[in-house]
Ligand binder design. Sequence first.
Ligand code: DGJ
Length: 722
Amino acid sequence: MKKFILFTYLTIFYSAVIVNAQARKEIVIATKNVSVILTIGANNRVYQSYLGKRFVNQDDDRLIPGGKHEAYITGGMEDLLQPAIRLTHSDGNPSLELQYVSHDAKNLDDNVSETNILLQDPKYPVQVILHYQAFNKEDIIKSWTEIRNNEKGEITLDDYASSMLHFEAKDYWLTQFHGDWASEMKMQESKLTSGVKEIDSKLGTRADMYQTPVFFLALNKPADETTGELIAGTLAWTGNFKFHFEIDERNALRVISGINPYASAYKLKKGETFITPAFIFTYSTTGKGEASRNLHKWARNYGVLDGNKPRLTLLNNWEATHVNFDEKELVNLFDDATKLGTDLFLLDDGWFGNKYPRNNDKAGLGDWQENKSKLPNGIGYLVKQAEAKGLKFGIWLEPEMVNPKSELYEQHPDWILKLSNRNENYQRNQLVLDLTNPKVADYVYHVVVDMLVKNPGLAYIKWDCNRSMTNAWSPYLKDRQSALYVDYTLSLYKILDRIRQKYPHLPIMLCSGGGGRTDYGALKYFTEFWPSDDTDPLERLYIQWGYSNFFPALTISSHVTSWGKQSIKFRTDVAMMDKLGYDIKVSKMTDEEVKFSKQAVKNYNRLNNTIWFGDLYRIVSPYEENRMVVMYVNEEKSKAVLFNYNLNTRYKEVLNRVRLQGLDSHKQYKVEETNLVPGTKSNLAENGHVFSGDYLMTMGLNLTPGKLIPLTSMVIEISAAN
Ligand code: DGJ
């Protein structure tokens, strides 16, 4: 019976190949300005014929010659370089051929269209669907792949990329973003040479600690902020990822993006389907700035939870107290938050554990009960006290982790990832829970949800994850260990899905020992992320510059702290560039500093609409000059905010006038320096005057009037006067 169904199915399937292949030659995936054109060859394979600027005249799409590069190259056939997909069939055959069967394209709404291309191996009932979503006004294409095993037995996926793209340019310039704890997102650009370059992660959890899953690829020559042809790409995946760049013998480049297949051969039983994460990319002919703005718009509309809604300003207690606090001290800190005027108080690490109190990072993780001596009246009491002072209250959790010194570890030693015949390997004295085990996943879900049910006033969560996977072995997966890295991340998403079903809009910060998790796979569940534990504003400028290339300002949490020794104004101006918050002992601040900060929060509340939802123009890079200048312009071009930071500027260093960007040439704008220290006056010659957008974008402003002082800054509000 089963055989019959399969036979009938294949017959229908093969006739579809013939009919459709004859009827249609090219498949166009297009946004407002970008198009990808795929063509079907005489051999029934699908080729990428074009990726670039959309033609003014769409009839020109048909003139594109058939492609040379197969859109999703398979392993084990005639191509000799890295394939997008490689699998082993149930009979042991390690080859795959994918032929076009059919495709459909539909509009999901008036902005998003989806194209799905069904491919099948002519010899084996393995199907692959290439999915493309085109976001018209954001110029973003999201692509992913679905792999179906209709064979009688199990197949093994050895490589299973989300996307493969081909380029034929003279030269290729890759910009990658790498770092470490407290030095995330260092930007590095290099020319690709013949052969292979890979950017990847094998860290499992905290996967982005060394490399972030984002890149720019400029074609022919390096791109800058306003010129150059490039794509910007990112993988929406919170686990191991890999970008593979390979230049072949004819100088063509293939870019393969997806889950890192390292130690991750994935088995699919009969009837099972694997869906890869999405690769999200944009293409720009006007430099990196445009690419970033496309990504920001897409992220706010589609990629980040509540990306078009306001964020809460908060006071966090991590840098102020670490784990050393008690109820009384916290309640006093609430007064600090009200002094500053923030919306919320965020209680960080250290509030839990009784048998093994969390008095340092050696104990307590996993035991999510309030520590009775620190918080005798529980979280509920703190929520009420905060509310009485007009504040919301949020809490820190690290639900995927466990300290060996914990009751959770004692009760469930089999819930932990570790090789039983090796010594336990600790990072920050902790181990990773085995999320592939449904019981553990349920436990993690309940850690979060039970806390929210018990304390309905809780208004915010910071979800931390402070270590990578080493010694990675799942007691639950037994002989399916190579599924660990993938299934862990899929399980994390299922937990987050369940939490979001119950709490669809609760703001949650994504944190991973600083910026160890910053990707659009996670961000659809989170409202913001913690980019780095390094809050020294000078360092932060480089870090925030880095993240701004791929993530919108309202997702990048930036706190004023005491880490840097710069003035409160400089520290605040740096934090105001993104999502402002505080993590500071207000009692240690001078009256003047408190007065300035209170006013700064008010200023931020006035400007935040433009910062969060406006278009970002990165005008002067800290990598190129001894200063950094960025500005945000709202959609109507009626309001802009410019941030200017002098770095370690030198005596008599020459810094030229700065041309503004993004304004309306025909509008008149009033230029006003804001966020000044009380009692000081602006040095800006243009302060208080009105200029046309054209003048400001042509003549610009002298942003370093008077004496050049290192580590000083300026915030300028630019408002349309007509
Ligand atoms: C790492 C985070 O990045 C910090 O902000 C803080 O929450 C600590 N973890 C707490 O352990």
